[in-house]
Design a protein around this ligand. Structure first.
Ligand code: 7TS
Length: 420
């Protein structure tokens, strides 16, 4: 495993070779209810290419040892591979240093770490945290918990009826009591891309740090944390063709140094006595206990895989799919696309007359089409839009026009079953 290998970057102008890419994902050969799988639930989790599955297996087969603590060769190899993965993450999101990459279980854990270790110790009664109406519960509840224990207040930047982020209303919420802004880069329920560069500028004008929830964005858009100038960026490997149980908190060094560790234990200490403990340096300081070594290495393999194809090429492909799908569903009677912001990516949410989204999902499943149905862990957003839930198709690099045609045929079948 060579952490120094530069990924082959491909240009967006060269279309993605879908057939070749699909062959990399063994699960796409699965049949569901006797039909070929059409997997359109990528916002929940993406499928994994052979290279990722193999990287994780190879770790256990050939390198398995604990890291940062063994003098023996195998432990050194495991440490090199784990730290090599950290370096790949740094390059992937263009962070300033490897130590700014903290391995966590996923987006949810990353946000909780910032809420408990960074925000909570600083919050006083009457302070404010700003989120947006687009947020996943993972970027609401941790802030609510921090507010509840400190007397701080959660403020919510609204969206318009298309699901677009209201930048003016957001700017009006910032004031001398604002302590932190936490917004999604890309909405998992609607696909809206938030104007994060402007959000960061506006917040920084008030000296307010910004956490971006990149769980969805990182798989659909090239992300450059230094260009965005965000203070924290959180994402999960499993939505980026990597394994579950591993994710990343990026933070600017000076902010990460201010985080009070929420977990104590091995690896995060420099010295321990019964009287006191001196904490380790970053990144180990925030990675207590044996981490998901195999997961981090497999995440590195996922980043190599995605980088070799090129995120701009993936983005162009998914954009073409979204455009095709949006047009294809436009003439289905009773179908309403939910989330029509000008800037959106990768996700098509819809309702079909008053048919319950779970019924849509169940009938589509019978056709071999996997989508998600419900509130998408964004209940406040659903309330804002006056809906109990939607049906959601979400795209990945291996989806095809034929997948969309299968989705549309399935939706027509749902209609026919309900209105025959
Ligand atoms: N933030 C966003 C924007 C998400 O889409 C998700 C997961 C999370 C946070 C939480 O990520 P985790 O890996 O820590 O669980 N979103 C979805 C979804 O849309 N369907 O299933 C999970």
């Amino acid at each position: 495993m060579n952490s120094q290998t530069e990924p082959r970057c491909a240009s967006a102008a060269v279309p993605l070779e879908i057939a070749a890419a699909r062959a990399d994902f063994p699960i796409l050969r699965t049949r569901i209810h006797g039909k070929p799988l059409i997997y359109l639930d990528n916002a929940a989790t993406t499928q994994k290419p052979e290279a990722v599955i193999e990287a994780e297996a190879e770790y256990y087969r050939c390198i398995n040892a604990n890291i940062h603590r063994g003098v023996h060769a195998l432990s050194q190899r495991a440490t090199d591979a784990y730290e090599g993965a950290r370096h790949k993450v740094r390059r992937f999101i263009n962070a300033g240093a490897d130590a700014e990459i903290i391995f966590v279980r996923g987006t949810t854990e990353a946000i909780n770490l910032v809420a408990q270790g960074f925000a909570q110790p600083r919050l006083r009664a009457g302070d404010e945290i700003v989120v947006s109406a687009l947020e996943h519960h993972s970027n609401i509840v941790p802030w609510q918990m921090a507010c509840r224990s400190t007397g701080a207040v959660l403020r919510v930047a609204p969206v318009d009826d298309t699901g677009a982020f209201d930048l003016d209303a957001f700017a009006a919420l910032l004031n001398g009591r604002t302590r932190l802004v936490a917004v999604t880069h890309l909405s998992n329920a609607l696909g809206t891309i938030a104007p994060v560069r402007r959000i960061v500028e506006l917040a920084h004008a008030h000296d307010v740090p910004v956490l971006l929830d990149g769980a969805q964005a990182v798989t659909h858009l090239p992300v450059d944390v230094r260009a965005l100038d965000c203070d924290f960026y959180a994402f999960s490997a499993h939505k980026l063709y990597g394994p579950t149980g591993i994710g990343v908190l990026y933070g600017k060094t000076r902010h990460l140094e201010e985080i009070t560790p929420c977990q104590g234990g091995g690896d995060m200490i420099r010295s321990v006595s019964f009287e006191t403990t001196e904490f380790n340096e970053l990144p180990c300081r925030l990675e207590a206990g044996t981490p998901h070594i195999a997961g981090a290495i497999a995440l590195g393999a996922a980043l190599d895989y995605v980088s070799a194809i090129g995120l701009d090429r993936i983005a162009a492909h998914e954009h073409a799919l979204l455009r095709y799908a949006t047009q294809a569903v436009a003439d289905i009677p009773g179908l309403t696309v939910v989330g029509t912001a000008a800037d959106k990516a990768g996700i098509l949410s819809f309702t079909l007359d008053d048919i319950h989204p779970h019924d849509i999902g169940t009938i589509l499943d019978d056709c071999g089409v996997a989508i998600r149905a419900g509130h998408h862990c964004a209940m406040p957003l659903m309330s804002r839009l006056g809906l109990a839930g939607t049906a959601r198709a979400s795209f990945a690099l291996y989806n095809t026009i034929e997948d969309i045609d299968g989705l549309v045929a399935g939706i027509r079948r749902v209609r026919a079953m309900f209105w025959s």
